[in-house]
Ligand binder design. Structure first.
Ligand code: RFL
Ligand code: PHB
Length: 390
């Protein structure tokens, strides 16, 4: 097979880039290891920056998001029994975020790809990258007994943290930075009305909790759990009881509980791989960087990678201008590291660490007290949460 850009990974990063390039007449093939149903069964992000929403519209995929997504002008931070509101609108100069599930936007991207008869090859096994530093890179994969080769100009590694692309860069070239947190998030999706129209990030002695939502009838809740816990350790009753214990009484009292539709545990990790380019391979999204979900930055940081790559590819193919491709890694990493800093900061502020001393906890107290006494601090939080400029 032949194409201009071979995209490894059919998650939101890969699909979004494929769609944007397609609209500019640039040919792509997307190789995805899993089935479409599997990809659409993953429950992940819920909060989108305006930059992400704008990219969805540019990709001609924003109609349902604009109809069904919710604009949020603020969120709450609960600390024990007290609640503070972060006024995103006021402190970000009139900006806000969009609440719209990753599952829904991935479905919209797949449907757009279908409409344009773009190729997504599912169940592509043993994907292998070849000749990345030559002018003729290629990607092979196995479909049943057959090995198929895709010849291309460029390979995009949009295959997530566990993908093959990053691992195809020699260890002598790639530098990896990682921080593991000693806890995970247990997430539950339930068909119940959300306890609050705006998100609640809760710091509590028993551990962090988050109240989020997907719509007026669909709630998404998380609690911090030890890494040794398994999903089977938490039946629905145990989950609801623990969640309520970590929220202010008046919030817990109005919580509507119900059976979980999905329940999963995600470990928390910060990770960056540098550089994000090796020869004619470009990494994008979770394949190059991961943040703990506390700041809702993961998918949003993937979106800025895609925006940079999109413009760089268009400049290359339409004008023979390679400056965007040359500068991609440095430009993307500059924004990636700011998202790393913010996610680490919010995670450190709101979680209970197993080895935390009394001193560390008093520092958290005073950081929160400072945050809610200082307009400058709230401005900084809001500016990061709605998304730093591309
Ligand atoms: P993905 O979504 O992991 O997609 C990569 C795709 O590549 C495929 N793949 C391969 N294909 C071919 N060959 C191989 N060898 C392959 N290996 C893997 C995979 O099957 C998959 O389909 O990466 P992508 O596209 O870069 O998207 C990144 C986002 O998914 C991620 O950053 C966000 O979900 C992070 N995240 C959040 N981000 C936000 O911006 N806002 C949020 O509110 C938010 N909440 C979250 C989150 C992530 C979470 N978890 C579970 C980690 C909440 C949670 C709980
Ligand atoms: C979610 O709704 O899944 C969600 C929202 C905000 C976060 C993380 C996850 O910070």
């Amino acid at each position: 097979m032949k194409t201009q850009v071979c995209i490894v990974g059919g998650g939101p990063s890969g699909l979004m880039l494929a769609q944007l390039l397609h609209l500019k007449g640039i040919d792509t093939i997307v190789l995805e290891r899993q089935s479409r149903e599997y990809v659409l069964g993953r429950i992940r992000a819920g909060v989108l920056e305006h930059g992400f929403a704008a990219l969805m519209r540019e990709a001609q995929c924003g109609e349902r998001m604009d109809r069904e997504g919710q604009i949020h002008d603020g969120f709450f931070v609960a600390d024990g029994a007290t609640m503070h509101r972060v006024d995103l609108h006021k402190y970000s100069g009139g900006s806000s975020v969009m609440v719209y599930g990753q599952t829904e936007l991935t479905r919209d991207l797949y449907e757009a790809r279908d409409r344009m008869k773009g190729q997504v090859i599912h169940n592509a096994e043993d994907v292998t990258l070849h000749d990345l530093t030559s002018n003729h890179p290629s990607v092979t994969f196995r479909a049943g007994d057959e090995i198929i080769r895709v010849e291309c100009d460029y390979v995009i590694g949009a295959d997530g943290f566990h993908g093959v692309s990053r691992k195809s860069i020699p260890k002598t070239v790639l530098r990896e930075y990682e921080k593991l947190y000693p806890f995970g998030w247990l997430g539950v999706l339930s068909r119940t009305p959300p306890v609050s129209p705006e998100l609640i990030y809760a710091r509590h002695e028993r551990g962090f909790a988050l109240c989020s939502l997907r719509s007026n009838v669909l709630s998404r809740y998380y609690i911090q759990v030890p890494l040794t816990d398994a999903v089977e350790d938490w039946n629905d009753d145990a989950f609801w009881t623990e969640l309520k214990r970590r929220l202010p009484d008046e919030v817990a009292a109005r919580m509507v509980t119900g059976p979980s539709i999905e329940k999963s545990i995600a470990p928390l990790r910060s990770f960056v791989a540098e550089p994000m380019r090796y020869g004619n391979l470009f990494l994008a999204g979770d394949s190059a960087h991961i943040v703990p979900p506390t700041g809702a930055r993961g998918l949003n940081t993937a979106a800025s990678d895609i925006q940079y790559l999109y413009h760089a590819m268009v400049a290359h193919y339409q004008r023979g201008d390679d400056s965007g491709l040359e500068g991609y890694s440095a430009k993307a990493l500059a924004r990636v590291w700011k998202a790393q800093r913010f996610s680490w900061w919010l995670t450190t502020l709101l979680h209970r660490f197993p080895d935390q001393s009394d001193y560390d906890r008093r520092l958290q107290d005073s950081e929160l007290a400072y945050l809610f006494s200082s307009e400058a601090a709230q401005r900084s939080l809001a500016e990061n949460y709605v998304g730093l400029p591309y």
